[in-house]
Design a protein around this ligand. Structure first.
Ligand SMILES: [Zn+2]
Length: 149
């Protein structure tokens, strides 16, 4: 039996597809992530929890090639910033570790990504953004498809 646990509670739903759990401020209208009781933009306490869009566009990216302190997953991994339709930018793990396969403004969607297995044998997952268009390994467009468009 395998079970899955989030790396930190309250960051994302475990639905398929998952959603990030942010907040929205009634005073200024801004969304934020992660959820705060106090709006990070205007300091109002009039905020509520909000599920954020599961899609966005790539704004900045890099590859992490050396594990940060305490990190037990695989390297290299992608890391970057994705802008959501709500207008906020999410600092996030990316499923694509090769920076050369990513481009600015590329459509991305939210997924859960396994990090490591904990002491109890549970799969620890975090949120990550995946590119919409990158073919799976072994999958390529046929020449007909690439010229006929
Ligand atoms: Zn506000």
């Amino acid at each position: 039996m395998s079970s899955t646990v989030p790396v930190h509670p309250g960051l994302f739903t475990e639905d398929d597809p998952p959603r990030l759990l942010g907040g929205r401020c009634h005073a200024c209208g801004h969304h934020h992530f992660p959820r705060h009781d106090i709006c990070p933009y205007c300091a109002s306490a009039d905020t509520e929890g909000a599920e954020l869009s599961g899609v966005g566009r790539l704004w900045a990216w890099t590859a992490v090639t050396h594990p940060p302190p305490g990190y037990r997953g695989e390297t290299p991994y992608g890391f970057g910033v994705v802008e959501l339709p709500e207008g906020l930018r999410i600092v996030t793990r990316l499923t694509e570790p090769d920076p050369g396969r990513l481009r600015a403004d590329q459509p991305m969607h939210l997924v859960t990504d396994p990090l490591h297995t904990d002491e109890e044998g549970r799969r620890v997952v975090t949120y990550a953004f995946a590119p919409d268009e990158t073919p799976s390994p072994g999958e390529t467009l046929s020449p007909e498809e690439t010229v006929s468009r």
